[in-house]
Ligand binder design. Sequence first.
Ligand code: LLP
Length: 420
Amino acid sequence: MDHFTLKDGELHAEDVPLARISKDVGTPVYVYSRATFARHARVFRDALSGLRRPPHLAFAVKANPNLAVLRLLANEGYGADVVSGGELARALSAGMAAKDIVFSGVGKTDAELVQGLDAGIGQFNIESGEEGRELAALAASRGQVARCALRVNPDVDAGTHDKISTGRADNKFGVPIGHAPALFAELSRLPGIELRGLAVHIGSQLSDLTPLETAFAKLGDMLARLRSEGHTITHMDLGGGLGVPYRRGEHFPEPAEYGAMVARITADWDVTLMFEPGRVIAGNAGVLLTKVIRVKRGLNHPFVIVDAAMNDLARPALYGAWHDFDAVAPSGERMTANIVGPICETGDTFALDRETDALVSGDLAVFRTAGAYGATMASSYNSRGFVAEVMVDGSEFAVVADRILPGAIADAERVPDFLG
Ligand code: LLP
């Protein structure tokens, strides 16, 4: 459920008409609903209320790293799952406690490992023996002990888009689960790290709980084996991955069903469970508000050319992803159209042959479910800037990211003297 609804025939974010945001901030603009974020954060937490111990919840910052979003989630008791020094710095500056931050990712540099050590983060999810040895050496040389989990690759197909599947044996993530006993034996002897658990994340936008259940069951077997070999395991990180509906009428497993499955599979694990939800918290808490530049006649269907493009919302171009598209002030008339942006490549297509509200030049419309992996994946392709972001709270709203104009990006570039 979200708070982007029609009131008196006009689409609102909570109590703010989207037309007002367009007038004040311009388009394209990402609009987030504070109430929706908070609701999703609570629904996910409540879904896990049946666990033996309170879970550790770390929002996957990559889904939406806006500082206001991170502050909102910190206020809801969430920590952060980060995958770069930049995300780590954001989580800290948004007020997340270092101890609540988990650092994931296959390519943490030495500088990033040191940044995590200096900050005193709660856990490093190490993704290889090589990384574990490097982290141990860095921590030991600084007289520190880094708390770690070993990310394993359980070889489970998440059944999602290839580009966002992470738990198959040939994916780059984690270590093959069969290597865990030997690595645990080796790494847990090293000074500088305290290896306290396993981590797993098999992919994103999962529409079925079965692959997750299979992966968690494999993890449970490995937990028992590691304990039988004398290791102390206190934490198990189950990652993120729960999908959300992007298309009206689609059904996805509810967080409560996920929570019940987790409680059942982990009933005798006797650990603190950790989670890294991203999309399920952020996805439906944001829309991308855009304006129709013009409607161009096409061979079959007209092209509705909007002022948002693939550089602002990359998911349709990158994954062929569907985002519902609705007029802000629907007339009741419908049309079938191709929805495209202004960028000079055919990939800049949001939807083909889409039945949608009838639109004319100057009309406002939204791409829904743009709160996760939206603004965060933007680029400045075609020398377009970065769009503004707004957060709505009841009848108020605030700009939470300024629009970055193309000129500001060009300001960072130099023509060297040797070019005259
Ligand atoms: N933990 C780890 C280690 C991850 O790699 C991810 C997502 C998450 C947690 C959060 O997963 P979520 O709960 O959001 O499914 N750009 C793509 C999604 C990439 C997801 C990458 N990893 C998209 O727009 O669909």
